[in-house]
Design a protein around this ligand. Structure first.
Ligand code: ZN
Length: 388
């Protein structure tokens, strides 16, 4: 099947592979263990290695396939970044099924050895926080490897010596695609291995594969893909591993309007990662040009707000003036009950013509807003009257 046709089929038939036990982002390690047990009944799946987190939750490296090309993928090294973990189990479901895509599955089993670490930071996930139980950011622990979780990943990488690594994260919803006002749905990085951001064989390979994955995703989310800054960060895992024999790719799950639990972004991960396997097997991506990687627009941090009221009238004691007002919806998590509440805060007042928003509203006909209600970073009830 031609590359594009395959991605279409995966996209359209995704629901057949969806792992239904995940319904929101607050799932915990116990669900991961339960799901892994299910797959281990399948002879194609095995536990390659395992270890314990600080609070002694078991971390698994699951092996699938018996091919020559080794690929290592890990997710959720930041406990509050769970999108790709769910996609990994969707991929497990895909690999376990028996349907008209068997030709693709068999190609994967024959050509690739896949090593998945879903949820590298189970203690962080338990509290839905970035760091581990020692408050260490695992993605800043590549060199010192103080945490058992980082040690496990580093040793696992040394044992496997994979050709390609996928480091799977979530990014904040407020990144824009380059200079546009479009939120980044997916973001990629081929991390640097030195201060000069040189391109060696590994990094070039990562760039070409990203170019290919981005081309595939553009069919589903045109203009919504960006590129993460490649500033060298030697203590981060991607940068650290790019100096080894592995080409390393960072995927950041961004955000899509009205997809709060990021289930659509999860689906994009599913398609992008499976299609990357197809590209690796067929070596399609090797013909890509590195320039195509650099053509992906850079992420613009804080380029997007939750809400912008444009041309709002603001009333002071002396006059009425016109300005744009942005708001963000700050979430507070109730991890026990797997839910959250939001409060609206005023983020910015002024000319926001270079910024985008999930709710972009022309407020020129709205009644004036009193300036004392626009204190920055303070909770506001202004949006409630607009039912947003
Ligand atoms: Zn992260």
């Amino acid at each position: 099947m031609e590359n594009f046709a395959l991605s279409q089929v995966l996209f359209q038939h995704y629901n057949e592979y969806l792992e239904k036990s995940f319904t929101n982002r607050f799932f915990k390690h116990s669900l991961i263990v339960k799901n892994i047990e299910k797959y281990l009944k399948n002879p194609y799946f095995s536990v390659f290695d395992s270890s314990l987190s600080v609070q002694e939750r078991e971390i698994f490296a699951i092996k699938v396939g018996k091919g020559e090309t080794k690929i290592l993928l890990w997710s959720q090294m930041h406990g509050d970044e769970p999108t790709a973990t769910q996609a990994i189990f969707d991929i497990f479901n895909f690999l376990s099924q028996n349907d008209e895509l068997n030709f693709f599955r068999e190609k994967i089993f024959e050509n690739l050895s896949l090593y998945f670490v879903p949820m590298l930071n189970p203690d962080g996930a338990e509290k839905f926080k970035r760091t581990n139980a020692l408050n260490i950011d695992l993605n800043r622990d590549a060199l010192s490897s103080t945490s058992p979780e980082s040690k496990f990943l580093k040793n696992l990488h040394a044992k496997i010596q994979p050709e390609i690594c996928f480091n799977l994260h979530d990014q904040a919803k407020y990144y824009a695609v380059g200079k546009t006002k479009i939120p980044a749905a997916m973001s990629f990085l081929a991390p640097s291995f030195d201060e000069e951001r040189n391109i060696n064989e590994n990094r070039a390979k990562a760039m070409k594969l990203i170019a290919k994955m981005s081309e595939t995703l553009h069919k589903f989310i045109p203009q919504k893909i960006s590129r993460y800054s490649d500033e060298y960060l030697p203590i981060a895992f991607g940068d650290f591993l790019q100096t080894s024999k592995s080409a390393t790719i960072l995927i950041e799950s961004g955000f899509f309007h009205k997809d709060n639990e990021k289930q659509f972004i999860r689906k994009l991960n599913f398609v992008a990662i499976l299609m990357s396997f197809d590209s690796i097997i067929s070596k399609y991506f090797e013909n890509e040009k590195i320039e195509k990687y650099f053509d992906i627009p850079l992420n613009k941090k804080e380029g997007i707000f939750d809400v912008i009221l444009r041309n709002a009238k603001i009333q002071t004691e002396k006059e009425i003036f016109t300005a744009d007002i942005s708001f963000n919806k700050v979430e507070t998590y109730d991890v026990e009950n797997q839910c959250y509440t939001t409060k609206d805060v005023v983020a910015n007042v002024g000319d926001l013509s270079n910024f985008g928003a999930y709710f972009d509203i022309d407020a020129k006909d709205f009644s004036p807003i009193f300036y004392e209600n626009l204190e920055l970073e303070k909770e506001t009830s202004l949006l409630k009257t607009l039912i947003l």
